[in-house]
Design a protein around this ligand. Sequence first.
Ligand code: S3P
Length: 162
Amino acid sequence: MQSIYLIGFMGSGKTTVADQLGKYYQLPVQDTDQMIEAMQNKKIKQIFAEEGEHQFRQYEHDVLTTTESNNCIIATGGGIIEQDRNVHWLKDKQVIYLQTSWPEIVNRLKDEGDRPIWQDQNRDKEQLLLSREQKYLEAATYVIRTDGKSIDLLVKEIIEVI
Ligand code: S3P
């Protein structure tokens, strides 16, 4: 089976959905953020603070291109589509965009303390979502709306479209 890549904004449910899909298909799950943390032996927050976002994006590209194109479920970081080379790389892959509205994201991340971009007071996150939307759509093979849906329902919808 061709690997399934999950893309979407922070808080769209990529990691949780990937875990459930992995269980359903009995396939290994990879997570680009976790791969970077393991490779650098640092938390994402620490990488942003010590090395900056630009370096993080380089690591993100490097790990994305090492993911398996078959028999894996891959959860990506919300900014994976920030680089055109990643959007291009995802073009011939099976990519699910978990599309979540701004109010729902705010609700899900209200107690979030670990995501550097979410914590950054100088960034307009709603604007960031808007600016990324077109790129998520460009990279996506399928779009699944997530608002108000349980993880079980999302997984069911994904299995149906694949
Ligand atoms: C980021 C999203 C994060 C993580 C990093 C940057 C982003 O992943 O890769 O903090 O730019 O949106 P999640 O989408 O899993 O939170």
